[in-house]
Design a protein around this ligand. Sequence first.
Ligand SMILES: [Zn+2]
Ligand SMILES: [Zn+2]
Length: 291
Amino acid sequence: MSLGYAIDLHTHSLRSDGALEPADLVERAARRGVRIQALADHDTLAGAAEAIAAGDRLGVRIIPSTELNTESAWGDVHILGYFLDPADAALEERLCWLRENRGRRIELMVEKLNALGHPISLARVKEIAQGGSLGRPHVAQALFEAGHVATYDSAFDTIIAKDAPAYVSRVGLTPLEAVQLVVAHGGVPSLAHPFTVVGLEELMPLIAAAGLVGIEAYYGSHPPAMTATCLSLAGRYGLVPTGGSDFHGRGEHGAPLGGVFVPPETIGALEARRRPNAAATMAAVSVEGES
Ligand SMILES: [Zn+2]
Ligand SMILES: [Zn+2]
């Protein structure tokens, strides 16, 4: 007996913050009648192969996907990236980079320091860290060595203090960067649970212009008015309405697997908007050029 709908384009496994192994997640989805499922773990495609293998066995088509959180003044803007290639090494590099956001934070700080007239090199900062997880102490040491501060300690009170222009508090992609990352890697981006966005009407034209393809109109906790708003935005910006449970299996949020109706034509509409993986092609060309 099938308990849920056949399409679920938003699920999470243990490879990010879900509670189930990818294979167990697919098995549970299959039992509920799901036939097409996007595994959209945060910043990773690590569960895709296991989910696809389970899906092959159980008759569930798995769409390798990820969900990218972003940092901006627009509130919680999460971008789902569909039809990504788990074997795309250039993409994995970017996702890994996101996961290691500690390192990214420091990289950004070094960029800012250079722009602000306190030049240090990231290479030197990494040398100081000796393979360890990068942090402000390594930046402070590099600043001291380069003569930008009188003492190591004073860097924390001056150039890289919390209120200094070079300070970077949180790290992540902006909404536009997340959309562009998915598009560049041949994926199809959709705005997840739009009700968490602050200033949705203002953000939409910006991310639509950046290449957004879908909007998650069908979502468990959306009141009917929110779904209507999303459908109207989809019409205005030529977007495909998508939907999913956002199932985590931890009971905190999300609908049951297959718990949200997603129109069958959604998959074809998303597939029709796929573009070649330009980033992987460029990476292959540059590797050839180097050899
Ligand atoms: Zn989310
Ligand atoms: Zn999610």
